[in-house]
Design a protein. Structure first.
Length: 149
């Protein structure tokens, strides 16, 4: 398995894990809402239901975010290379290595650390479209692109 394939699989696992977690939370909230029975303390019951509704809305927003990430991730192409940084590229600089896909954070592949970043992240926006040898400044730190894979 190539480094790109490893990074791709780690991103895929990350998305699946987040999706399963949020779906589990939504199902749990739904069960709580359905099992909530009217008690003699009516106000307490209504407050509990309102809090569960807010939790469900929050989880629904997280689900929508994950679905957006999945849509972006479905466009990641790793089986072709380009000398220009694009979705699915590995960009190696003199300060670090990045995988342009979705925001996951640090991933270790073959003993090296790569930062999986989204093209809409601040550094992703800078890297998108850049070529070998190009220098850029991010967070006040100058970096030079050594290789785009």
């Amino acid at each position: 398995m190539t480094v790109k394939e490893q990074l791709y699989e780690e991103c895929k696992k990350f998305l699946e894990g987040r999706l399963n977690s949020v779906i589990g939370r939504i199902n749990s909230i739904q069960e709580s809402l359905q099992s909530e029975t009217k008690s003699s303390a009516g106000d307490k019951h209504e407050t509990g239901r309102a809090m569960l509704q807010l939790e469900r809305e929050k989880a629904g927003n997280q689900l929508a975010d994950i679905q957006k990430q999945q849509e972006l991730f479905s466009r990641v192409v790793i089986d072709t290379s380009s000398d220009v940084a694009r979705l699915g590229s590995i960009i190696i600089t003199d300060k670090g290595a990045y995988f342009l896909a979705i925001s996951v954070g640090a991933i270790t592949a073959e003993g090296d650390t790569y930062y999986a970043i989204s093209p809409s992240s601040p550094i992703g926006k800078i890297l998108l479209g850049k070529k070998n040898g190009v220098a850029f400044v991010f967070n006040g730190i100058r970096q030079q692109i050594k290789e785009v894979l």
